[in-house]
Write a protein that binds this ligand. Structure first.
Ligand code: NAP
Length: 289
């Protein structure tokens, strides 16, 4: 059992913090900017809440966070009353936000200077993965603190791996998003074509999902895509944030991402259609309109 704080009780953080307590058996303190959510969490899970990130971080062995983007992360760590001012020497800060590799490296260096460790650890698996405690966690940082953190992360992970130095977790998450972007557009075009061709979409997918076209997106999303239902999991706004991070990194490392860039523009059209909070499978909506 460890002393653990969790900062950011959003769609992902709220259930992740709950697993730390229920499954991990840890002594958990939570912080959320909107205090009502932290109060609701404490009422439900009997932990403790703290009024600021700094207060939440004080005296903890591990501090985990899952907030929106680079700016949010900077505020929660280095801002006024930020967590880094409360971290004890030898503790480990684990960040689950999907953010840039740059900020991961910056916070890693700042943590080292202050005598504690930093692991970038973005996740994949969505809301359902967080609620069921089966997330995939992609980590960057040093092996020794990673080894300690992995045992705590296990409360909500099915797969957790150290992929390299600081920033490697965020770079791996970028690969994940690049792979998904083109795939979802391909699936959207396939279903759109099947409809136009007068085929029975269900029969088509049941058949081709047993062959080389099979994918997680195909098996889990084709029915809702065909029905025009987009209220599952990962929002278009979040995906555009992630694709912007990928594009920024590609500009630096020279990678060519023409399909991801095009799909990003398609998501911009979906946003204009009112789909900012629709899930990422809504690419089909701009074909079917
Ligand atoms: P969310 O529901 O919008 O929650 C965001 C959390 O961050 C909230 O607790 C929010 O506090 C807090 N926050 C934001 N800005 C803050 C700031 N400046 N200072 C303090 N707290 C701040 O988001 P989410 O869906 O949990 O996603 C969180 C991260 O996980 C994102 O980076 C996202 O890309 C990534 N992710 C999400 C999914 C998914 O399916 N949702 C899947 C994989 C990865 P308030 O309650 O006060 O707003």
């Amino acid at each position: 059992m460890a002393k653990v704080a969790f900062l950011g009780l959003g769609v992902m953080g709220y259930p992740m913090a709950a697993h730390l307590k229920a499954k991990g058996g840890h002594d958990v303190t939570v912080y959320n900017r909107t205090a009502a959510k932290a109060q609701a969490w404490v009422a439900q899970h009997q932990g403790r809440s703290a009024p600021t990130p700094k207060a939440a971080a004080e005296g903890q062995d591990f501090v985990m966070t899952c907030v929106g983007n680079d700016d949010d992360l900077r505020q929660v760590t280095l801002g006024r009353e930020g967590a880094f001012a409360g971290m004890r020497k030898g503790a480990v800060f684990v960040d689950h936000t999907t953010a840039s590799a740059e900020i991961a490296r910056e916070l890693y260096a700042e943590a080292k200077k202050r005598g504690f460790d930093f692991i970038d650890a973005p996740v994949s698996g969505g809301q359902a993965g967080a609620e069921n405690g089966v997330l995939t966690v992609m980590c960057g940082g040093d092996a020794e603190p990673y080894g300690r953190a992995e045992k705590v992360i296990a409360a909500y992970a099915r797969m957790c791996k150290l992929l390299g130095p600081a920033g490697a977790g965020q770079l791996t998450k970028m690969v994940n998003q690049i792979c998904i972007a083109g795939l979802v557009q391909g699936l959207a075009e396939g279903i759109h074509f099947a409809k136009k061709a007068g085929l029975d979409v269900q029969a088509v997918i049941e058949t081709i999902s047993k062959g080389a076209a099979q994918s997680w997106q195909m098996e889990n999303r084709y029915q809702t895509m065909a029905a025009g239902k987009f209220d599952f999991g990962f929002a278009v706004d979040w995906m555009r944030k992630d694709l912007a991070i990928c594009a920024g990194e590609a500009r630096k490392n020279g990678a060519s991402l023409p399909v991801a860039a095009l799909v990003d523009q398609f998501y911009a059209e979906v946003q204009k259609m009112g789909g900012r909070r629709w899930d990422t499978s809504s690419l089909i909506a701009r074909l079917d309109r």
